[in-house]
Design a protein around this ligand. Structure first.
Ligand code: SF4
Ligand code: SF4
Length: 395
């Protein structure tokens, strides 16, 4: 934990050594329950794992490109040894894919693993329209295929099994435009993962996963099931928002958070977002050693005691709001804005929801109880305003 009133010194000042001991014991690293061996090896001090039955072998630290807008960070990441780069058709209105394509056009295609994601519009789209979106992505990427094509942001079974999209994914694979197909999820993860495994269609899961989910037994079981079925499993949202408060005084120990994710052998690689060289260097050290020391465990335990910015996607709020507001999406937007410092992404996420700039305005009193402790009304009222800001004012 860095900065602020929420630092180790204060913790030690307030607590005794016994408290520290309690804190470190209370943050177990995730363990694989069944003894299915993860295919893991070290090459030149870097830990590699295999993405299930895809056979793709990558360093455990990959790169989420979403927030990067400087091709030099891609170059540095590739040169340091990162081989898996994750983007999406919607990131930066397609400019993110363009940047990836611009940099990797001169790198032999079989030297990198590129994934992208397609998110159908809220009102849905046909199989053909989905394929058109993929073709646009491939054009921006200047590639004939992607290694992994995800159906983006699955939070319910009906969406990930929608025949329009499953047919599009099958066609993408049959035509060679995608080597493997997957689904990404950051809400209702356990149900989505279980359904993806049962479908026998999906080959890779990209899931939200971090230390705040340590007690989510359903998620752990779903990951085990996916692993047993041979799916590749990629972790995202590993930093749980990066900060714990909107004022950015309480920073998550990001290195510890990434180590926690990768200490679970069911997670084959993680895609932390990279925007600068310091982050790159720090993350890359985790590819060499993901053992948490006692201080790092303590930092994570302290972070667990905070409400934080990260929505665990538990869906307990589902059905509680009489207006049926998409609360997890709004909470994620809040995190993008205040945790990631990425208001442009917060705005595009909010804009897709087609809400007013103050959706709780007419509501006499909030009926939503969030187990994470979010004041849902306050956060919605805060973040929904972002749709009023001209997009060119935001980065
Ligand atoms: S109840 Fe809270 S943590 Fe769970 S999905 Fe809703 S907002 Fe997120
Ligand atoms: S205040 Fe907002 S989130 Fe809460 S119940 Fe009312 S409309 Fe729903």
């Amino acid at each position: 934990m860095a900065n602020s009133t929420f630092n180790r010194r204060n913790f030690l000042f307030l607590g005794a050594t016994a408290t520290l001991g309690m804190a470190t014991q209370a943050m177990p690293v995730p363990k694989e329950k069944k003894k299915k061996k993860s295919k893991e090896k070290k090459k030149k001090d870097i830990v590699y794992r295999t993405l299930g039955n895809t056979g793709i072998e990558v360093p455990i630290v990959s790169m989420g490109v979403m927030r990067a807008d400087n091709p030099n960070i891609l170059k540095a990441a590739y040169e340091i040894g990162i081989r898996h780069f994750d983007t999406a058709s919607g990131y930066q209105d397609g400019r993110n894919e363009e940047m990836v394509g611009q940099y990797f056009k001169d790198i032999p295609r079989d030297q990198v693993i590129i994934s992208t994601k397609i998110h159908p519009p809220k009102e849905g789209c046909s199989t053909e329209q989905f394929i058109e979106k993929l073709d646009q992505s491939l054009k921006r990427l200047q590639m004939g295929y992607v290694d992994i094509l995800y159906l983006h942001a699955g939070s319910d079974v009906a969406y990930i099994m929608d025949p329009r999209y499953t047919e599009a994914l099958k066609r993408a694979k049959a035509s060679g435009k995608a080597r493997f197909i997957g689904v990404s999820t950051h809400a209702n993860m356990a149900k989505v993962i279980n359904a993806a495994v049962d479908s026998k269609l999906y080959e890779v899961i990209l899931t939200s996963y971090n230390f705040t989910l340590k007690d989510d037994a359903d998620l752990q079981k779903a990951l085990q099931k996916a692993s047993d079925a041979g799916l590749g499993i990629v972790g995202m949202k590993s930093m749980a928002g990066g900060f714990l408060d909107k004022e950015k005084k309480k920073r998550v120990n990001c290195k510890a958070a990434l180590k926690w994710v990768l200490s679970n052998p069911l997670i084959h690689t993680a895609i932390p977002g990279l925007t600068n060289f310091e982050m790159l260097k720090e993350n890359w050290k985790v590819a060499q050693n993901h053992d948490l020391d006692e201080t790092e465990k303590c930092d994570l335990q302290l972070a667990m005691n905070e409400v934080g910015l990260y929505c665990r996607g538990c869906m307990s709020c589902s059905g509680q709001c009489p207006q049926n507001l998409p609360i997890p999406d709004l909470m994620r937007s809040y995190m993008y804005n205040y945790g990631y410092g990425y208001p442009a992404k917060a705005q595009t996420t909010v804009a897709k929801l087609n809400l007013s700039h103050n959706p709780c305005e007419e509501c006499p009193g909030c009926t939503v109880a969030c187990p994470s402790g979010f004041d849902v009304r306050e956060r919605i009222t805060d973040i929904a305003r972002i749709k009023m800001v001209p997009a060119n004012f935001l980065v």
